[in-house]
Design a protein around this ligand. Structure first.
Ligand SMILES: Nc1ncnc2c1ncn2[C@@H]1O[C@H](COP(=O)(O)OP(=O)(O)OP(=O)(O)O)[C@@H](O)[C@H]1O
Ligand SMILES: [Mg+2]
Length: 351
């Protein structure tokens, strides 16, 4: 009786959302609508009043530029919650925006993606933050699983797939077959680490200090991991460490390659380690279908070719790699009964 009633009422409350709570970007999928929010994961807070001044793109613009009483923080570091309050504020803001779009009264049910290495304590932190931020019910799913669902890999079948999600804070490497994760590895080398590598390189080679945003922009503009894309260069500005004054230098694609080479080697090595422990039947599937790259870091020029060259396996960059995880939450939301087995928690079932 209650079930019937619930099913009748349910469509009126179907404001369920999926959240890819990333270190760099947060995306929200609203059931029936698709991806409705894409914002950098940054929150700006006024320390005098403890009020949130800005969230998302506006707050990112403030990073490294705030006056004394304002701080712009990234609530997640290396894929996990580092600032609980800021995470809650970020979630409240996006849940609110999705609510306004769906004009529903009841708090939404939410599916949230987390890195595969997450501990139970960290899962609890994400769930609490989302619940405090207004979500009525929260389900946690591994990001690799969501990404695989999002790009429609045949994960429920007896066919192995390998997915490598290179985000801002962490790289998630996973082998998936028959609806489960067969092997996985998570490492804290991803986009942010490459930015730090570039900052360190510019500091030691040019005796100049640059900000994170500058490092990221130059990485995206001229960064590549293999030679042959032609000579690329960009002007970057920062502070001369000797004179203390502003200065501009020209940096090339080979500078960037040198800066990030150790991190890229570790990344390739980690993918190799996972392959080395993968059962042979699955290896044969992967040789046929290729390793699939998702996440913003997948767009680093030449990374697919370099991986393929070293690992002797085809490597494919998924279409629209930045939205794979969010699209995966959509696959679950649009057909919840078919996917409850991927929830890392089993509090209540989605109906
Ligand atoms: N064209 C590009 N070349 C190199 N790196 C890129 C490019 N585009 C985006 N990135 C990097 O991708 C990262 C963001 O990717 P993504 O949005 O997938 O991360 P995230 O999901 O927020 O992080 P995580 O999954 O680690 O929590 C950033 O570090 C960004 O600099
Ligand atoms: Mg991610």
């Amino acid at each position: 009786m209650f079930e019937q009633l619930k099913n009748k009422i349910h469509p009126w409350f179907s404001n369920d959302i999926g959240i890819d709570l990333g270190t760099s970007n947060t995306l929200v999928y609203l059931k029936g609508k698709g991806i409705v929010v894409t914002e950098p994961s940054v929150v700006a807070v006024n320390q005098k009043t403890s009020q949130v001044v800005a969230v998302g793109a506006v707050a990112k613009q403030m990073l490294g530029r705030t006056p004394g009483h304002l701080i712009a923080v990234r609530p997640l570091v290396e894929g996990v919650v580092s600032d609980f309050e800021a995470t809650e504020e970020m979630l409240a803001y996006i849940i609110n925006r999705a609510q306004n779009m769906s004009k529903k009264l009841l708090g939404p049910r939410a599916i949230i993606g987390v890195p595969s290495s997450i501990t139970n304590v960290e899962i609890r932190a994400v769930k609490d933050a989302a619940q405090n931020a207004g979500a009525r019910e929260v389900h946690i799913v591994e990001e690799s699983m969501l990404a695989a669902l999002g790009i429609r890999l045949p994960i429920k079948e007896a066919i192995g797939s390998m997915i490598v999600d290179i985000g801002g804070g962490n790289t998630d490497i996973a082998i998936i077959s028959l609806g489960g994760i067969v092997r996985s590895k998570n490492l804290r080398i991803a986009g942010d680490k490459l930015d730090q590598d570039i900052i360190a390189h510019v500091r030691s080679e040019f005796k100049m200090l640059i900000g994170e945003k500058t490092a990221e922009s130059v990485k995206m503009a001229i960064g590549s991991v293999i030679e042959g894309g032609g000579h690329l260069e960009a002007a970057i500005r920062g502070r001369d460490l000797i004179t203390g004054l502003p200065r501009e230098v020209v940096i090339t694609d080979s500078d960037i390659r040198e800066a990030i080479s150790t991190s890229i080697d570790t990344l390739i090595e980690s993918v190799r380690e996972v392959l080395e422990t993968t059962p042979p039947e699955i290896l044969s599937d992967i040789m046929r279908s290729g390793i699939v790259l998702v996440g913003g870091g997948a767009q680093l020029k030449g990374l697919d070719s370099l991986l393929s060259q070293w690992l002797k396996v085809p490597v494919i960059i998924a279409d629209d790699p930045l939205t794979a995880v969010a699209r995966g939450t959509g696959v679950i939301l649009e057909n919840p009964h078919a996917h409850t087995d991927v929830f890392l928690d089993h509090d209540d079932d989605l109906s």
